[in-house]
Design a protein around this ligand. Structure first.
Ligand code: ADP
Ligand code: MG
Length: 284
């Protein structure tokens, strides 16, 4: 059974009503409370069409961002939590769908709740292949940004998430094995594009990098670009203190007592991602 978990308090940074829901069955969200407001009711289920998301409308941003790689340990979960936290700080209503059976986002949410951190980021845990499309359809009705943390494997759940995504972010290290998995993951995105006959933007982000780019790092970036896969300019630097304590104490770099350099690189990554999926003013 899937569960929704409340983001931490306070919600001072978010103009959106606080949300607290419990998923009580596979097809419905039932609110358990709505802090100081009348309980939020779900629109009729008929109004939710799994697999048929409306296009992003200007001024009504509700993109779905998937963190996706067929490889584990490349920074998907870390980025999912950090990007979501950065977006929440900017006032977005953000939810992370935890679709990794290991439940690391859920564990982060619990740690953050214990420590009174992680404000503005809700988590829906236990999302599976069977529930992915419904959970996404429900989430886009309620949140301005939906971030999906996926398991490090090729699975149906991953395919469904890709199919519903406005952008697929592929984190990677710089080893040959990492790059192989980037190509594999990107091939999955391409397959989904063909199936759906719509473009699904994908971007690689290099994670856990050295502060000074090595020859190997430059080579890795070039290989990905040469394969026709766009790469974010922003990389995350290897910062164990900034990123690894998150699961123990809920402290993301974005918190006031977090790591400002890590927060800055996350903010830049978020800007780059949003630039891909947000219609530019020039295009309006
Ligand atoms: N930029 C970074 N600097 C240091 N450690 C990192 C960084 N990004 C991720 N990590 C650590 O690497 C490990 C794997 O990251 P994780 O986000 O769990 O990967 P995935 O979700 O792809 O399996 C975790 O221990 C995480 O804390
Ligand atoms: Mg993970």
């Amino acid at each position: 059974m899937a569960e929704a978990m409340m983001g931490g308090r306070p919600y001072a940074v978010s103009p959106f009503p606080a949300r607290a829901f419990m998923l009580c069955c596979d097809s419905a969200l039932t609110p358990i409370r709505a802090l100081g407001r009348a309980p939020v009711r779900l629109p009729a289920q008929a109004g939710i069409r799994p697999g048929r998301r409306p296009p992003i409308r200007e001024g009504a941003l509700m993109p779905v961002v998937s963190l996706c790689s067929t490889k584990g340990g490349v920074g998907k979960t870390t980025l999912a939590i950090c990007l979501a936290s950065a977006a929440a700080q900017r006032g977005a209503g953000v939810v992370i769908l935890d679709a990794d059976p290991n439940g690391h986002v859920r564990a982060w949410r619990e740690a953050a709740d214990r420590e009174g951190r992680g404000g503005g980021v809700d988590v829906i845990a236990g999302v599976t292949e069977a529930t992915m499309q419904d959970r996404i359809a429900e989430a886009v009705e309620r949140y301005t940004l939906v971030v999906i943390d996926l398991e490090g494997a090729a699975s149906k759940a991953v395919t469904f998430a890709i199919a519903e995504s406005d952008i697929v972010v592929i984190p990677s290290g710089i080893s040959g094995m990492d790059l192989q998995e980037v190509f594999r993951t990107h091939a999955e995105v391409k397959r989904a594009e063909k199936m759906l006959r719509r473009p699904i933007p994908a971007r690689v982000i290099f994670t856990g990098m050295a502060t000074i780019a090595s020859r190997v790092a430059k080579h890795a970036r070039q290989e990905v670009i040469d394969a026709g896969i766009p790469v974010l300019t922003t990389e995350t630097i290897r910062r164990p203190n900034a990123y690894q304590s998150m699961h123990f104490n809920g402290l993301t770099p974005l918190e006031p007592d977090g790591d400002p350099k890590a927060a800055a690189e996350i903010a830049r990554a978020l800007d780059e991602i949003l630039a891909v999926i947000t219609p530019s003013e020039a295009a309006a």
